[in-house]
Design a protein around this ligand. Structure first.
Ligand code: ADP
Length: 866
């Protein structure tokens, strides 16, 4: 029954049993009667007798076939497990009683090749299993440990190359060979860890990104309600995300833009996967309006998200920039200046509307042009040069000409600016049509020329005006001077009047006083002649004053008649010398005469009476102002001038006086102890007379050392006719014309007596009438009246009227008017009346005779001619 291979063993066991007693249990393979093997456990009991001798062996068998079969299966399955475990990539170990009873090949990764040595040996905490776990296992009875006590855990262990490896420990408690053991699995989860970490990182980043994004993201449901918003939405809108959640997305959109967004969203809802974008205004919690740029995508049918995904960003600043940019763009396009941007080759890169309009190209055409296509002064070569030049200068302003598409040209002012933008040099050109300006400039130029002309005219006018002004100034100055002079003259006149009063009263006193004395019957003959002398001197002195006054009045009135005629200088000097010598001797002065020429033909052309008057005046002054010494009179001829001199050794003239003595009414300071006599008019009259004779008068004098007065007159020897002997006689010719009848019309007796006295001595026959009427009557009745001396002021008919009538009847009869005043008007009236001459009262004897003589001669000559 027992399988042959176990029989020996059974026999040996039994024998041993029989010898020792007791029992033995053994499992042996048996064969059934049908030949089938079966395992039976045989319990053999040795039964001994009282002597201890083996009496019998009792064997009890138990069929173990089923169990054995299980064990066999188990063995097979263990083998299978081993085979499987060896192939697993994870490390597998079986730990039992602190000993690795099994380590698969994968454990080599951590333990190296020596795993065979380690297996079966008690383990020290080593690098495969964490100490904590070992401690747990050691402390506890493994059999009682539950799976939950050792849940899977992670640790980091080193592999054979020293790399740290993340591992996952999974353990189960099992019975291994009838004993509790731990089956452990160590899985390398490094990659998984890395992945997890990467996912975590990415998730973190993503969250941070979402949370920190300036853009807001929200999810909307199909009704347009907010189901999620990112925290950034709060920053954008000021609303908490909780507040927004569940509310319509349209709530915070500006009312004016709400409809537009509503439409967009409803369109979006209809199309899965579609996307819309819009720019609109939103309102923040604080009411501020902000420009929003939003995009929405329909993901309602996407199971992962099932929502409309929207995102928003605040573009207020950008919008402002865009708006400004738009305004700028608008401005650029509508600027009335052409703006071009050229590329580096001179091609148009940008041109504004004005640029296109001014040149007549469309914008597209413009963009195909080169600057030289419309700038007449440029070709592409020139442009290059020009381009670099302007790049160097950065700014350039020139005037040039642009050509339109139709070929016409117009002037432009071009300003080129080179700007640097992002390391590039851009050329922006502004071209301004300056046709109008050019026209205006031309017009201006023409106007300028016109103005220049006008200016010139104005300048000339100005010069004239200036001249006029200067004249006015001169006149003003003269007026001022005249005013000063007038004031001065006023003062002088006042002084003069005082002086005149004295000058007239003094001789008047003499005349009246001594006339009164003459009336006395007991006056002696000597006294009588003395008184008469005084009366005569006084009369002469008065006459001199009156003559001076009359002369100066005539000069002032411009009514001086100059009777220029050839006169003998020697003759004048001879008679003057003769005349003044007695007077000089009387006051112990030597009077000498110096004549350069003894020739009687030393003739000058002058008014004899006036020249004699002037020289007499100078001599009289010399006599007046010289108290001792000599007076020399005479003349010299220097070239074509005759220089007359009157030199004295008198008191001289002070510097102060010298400037004024030719002025009217000026009198010098009287010499100490001497009385002033004279009108102060003598030199003024002399100067005027000499100047009227085209001569000059001046003097040299030193105060206290005498004076020399000079007169220069033109002297032209050849041109002056020699005087005939007759005319040259030294004494006035006596008029010996017997019975030459003169009619005297004079109502004043004294005046008549004087005339009678003078003229009777000259052998004239005189007829007197006392008014004009009678004079006229006599003229008609008495044909032998040869001449009329006519007074002006007379009763019945005045002298002027009478003269007119007489001259009308007898034009050849000379009528000489006697006038008291030699004013211009008197003279004019006399001339108008037709008189032949006039004589001023008081009548000077010499003068009277001279005039009468002149007219007799004249009528004689006429008679002879006839
Ligand atoms: P008058 O009638 O007062 O002499 P004049 O005009 O003849 O007036 O002279 C003006 C002044 O000139 C005089 O008052 C005198 O002071 C000065 N004067 C003229 N001649 C002489 C001279 N020969 N010597 C000194 N003073 C003279």
């Amino acid at each position: 029954m027992i399988a042959p291979e176990y029989r020996d063993n059974v026999f040996k066991e039994n024998k041993k049993l029989a010898s020792k007693g007791g029992s033995v249990v053994g499992e042996y393979l048996n064969y059934r009667s049908d030949g089938k093997p079966c395992w039976i456990q045989w319990a053999v009991q040795c039964i001994c007798d009282s002597n201890g001798d083996v009496r019998e062996l009792q064997a009890v068998g138990r069929d173990l076939t089923e169990r054995k079969q299980i064990e066999e299966n188990l063995r097979n399955s263990e083998e299978n497990f081993r085979q499987l475990a060896e192939r697993l990539p994870s490390a597998i170990y079986i730990l039992q009683n602190d000993v690795f009873v099994y380590l698969n090949q994968a454990c080599k990764k951590y333990l190296g090749k020596g795993i065979d040595r380690i297996a079966g040996k008690p383990i020290a905490p080593n690098k495969l299993i964490p100490k904590d776990f070992l401690d747990l296992v050691r402390k506890n009875n493994i059999a009682q440990l539950k799976e939950k006590d050792v849940p899977p855990f992670e640790s980091i262990i080193s592999d054979q190359e020293g790399n740290k490896v993340n591992v996952l420990h999974s353990t189960i408690i099992l019975n291994y060979h009838h004993q509790p053991a731990i089956l452990g699995k160590i899985t390398d989860i490094t990659e998984q860890k890395k992945l997890e970490s990467a996912i975590r990182e990415s998730e973190k980043r993503f969250r941070s990104m979402i949370e920190n994004s300036t853009e807001g993201i929200s999810l909307l449901n199909s009704r347009g309600e907010t189901i999620y918003v990112t925290p950034s939405i709060q920053k954008l809108t000021g609303y908490e995300s909780e507040y927004l959640t569940g509310k319509s997305a349209l709530n915070n959109i500006h009312p004016e833009d709400r409809d537009m967004i509503k439409k967009l969203l409803s369109g979006l809802m209809k199309n899965e996967g579609s996307m819309v974008s819009a720019t609109f205004r939103s309102i923040k919690k604080d009411g501020t309006i902000w420009w929003t740029e939003g995009t929405a995508v329909n993901r309602l049918h996407d199971p992962d998200i099932s929502a409309i995904i929207t995102n928003y960003r605040d573009i207020t600043a950008r919008k402002q920039v865009e708006d400004r940019l738009w305004v700028t763009q608008f401005g650029i396009d509508h600027a009335d200046i052409a703006i071009f941007q050229l590329d580096d080759t001179g091609k148009i890169y940008f041109a504004n509307e004005q640029a296109c309009n001014s040149l007549g190209y469309t914008r597209d055409e413009m963009y195909n042009l080169h600057v030289s296509d419309f700038n007449v002064s440029l070709d592409s070569e020139k442009w290059k040069k020009h381009h670099w030049n302007k790049i160097a200068k950065k700014h350039l302003s020139i005037e040039t000409t642009h050509r339109r598409k139709d070929g016409s040209t117009f002037p432009v002012e071009v300003t080129i600016n080179v700007i640097e933008y992002e390391d590039k040099k851009l050329t922006i050109t502004f071209a301004k049509d300056i046709s109008e300006r050019k026209k205006a400039e031309k017009a201006l130029r023409e106007q300028f020329h016109e103005y220049q002309k006008l200016n010139k005219q104005y300048e000339e006018k100005n010069a004239e005006l200036l001249e006029l002004l200067l004249n006015v100034q001169t006149i003003n100055e003269e007026l001022e001077e005249a005013k000063v002079k007038a004031e001065e003259s006023d003062k002088l006149k006042t002084a003069f009047l005082a002086n005149m009063s004295h000058e007239i009263r003094t001789p008047m006193n003499g005349i009246l006083g001594f006339t009164e004395l003459l009336k006395s019957p007991e006056i002696s003959g000597t006294d009588q002649s003395k008184y008469l002398d005084i009366i005569q001197q006084s009369g002469e002195r008065m006459l001199k004053i009156i003559n001076d006054l009359v002369d100066i009045s005539k000069i002032e009135a411009g009514q001086v008649d100059m009777n220029l005629a050839p006169i003998s200088v020697n003759k004048i000097f001879d008679s003057l010398y003769e005349f003044f010598l007695p007077e000089a001797e009387k006051i112990n002065l030597i009077l000498t005469l110096f004549k350069e020429s003894l020739d009687d033909n030393c003739i000058i052309e002058a008014d004899e009476v006036k020249l004699t008057q002037v020289i007499s005046n100078l001599i009289k002054n010399a006599l007046k102002y010289t108290h001792k010494g000599e007076i020399q009179i005479g003349y010299k001829i220097i070239k074509d001038e005759i220089i007359i001199h009157v030199k004295d050794t008198g008191i001289g003239i002070s510097k102060e006086q010298q400037e004024k003595i030719f002025e009217r009414f000026v009198q010098g300071d009287p010499a100490p102890g001497s009385a002033v006599e004279g009108s102060g008019l003598g030199l003024a009259i002399s100067k005027a007379y000499i100047e009227l004779m085209k001569g000059k008068i001046w003097f040299e004098s030193e105060y206290g050392n005498g004076s020399v007065f000079y007169i220069s007159l033109p002297f032209n020897k050849g041109s002056v006719r020699p005087m005939n002997k007759e005319a040259n006689k030294s004494k006035p010719e006596e008029l010996t014309v017997p019975q030459y009848t003169i009619l005297i019309a004079e109502d004043d007796n004294t005046s008549y007596y004087f005339l009678e006295e003078v003229l009777k001595k000259q052998n004239f026959r005189l007829i007197r009438v006392t008014n004009g009427k009678k004079a006229v009557e006599l003229i008609t009745t008495m044909p032998d009246i040869r001449m009329v001396l006519m007074d002006v002021k007379m009763p019945e008919m005045n002298g002027l009227e009478a003269t007119k009538l007489i001259k009308a009847m007898k034009p050849d009869t000379p009528v000489i008017i006697q006038t008291a005043y030699a004013s211009g008007n008197d003279k004019k009236q006399a001339v108008d009346a037709g008189c032949d001459d006039f004589i001023v009262k008081p009548i000077n004897r010499e003068m009277l005779l001279q005039i009468i003589k002149k007219h007799i001669k004249k009528s004689n000559a006429e008679v002879n001619r006839n």
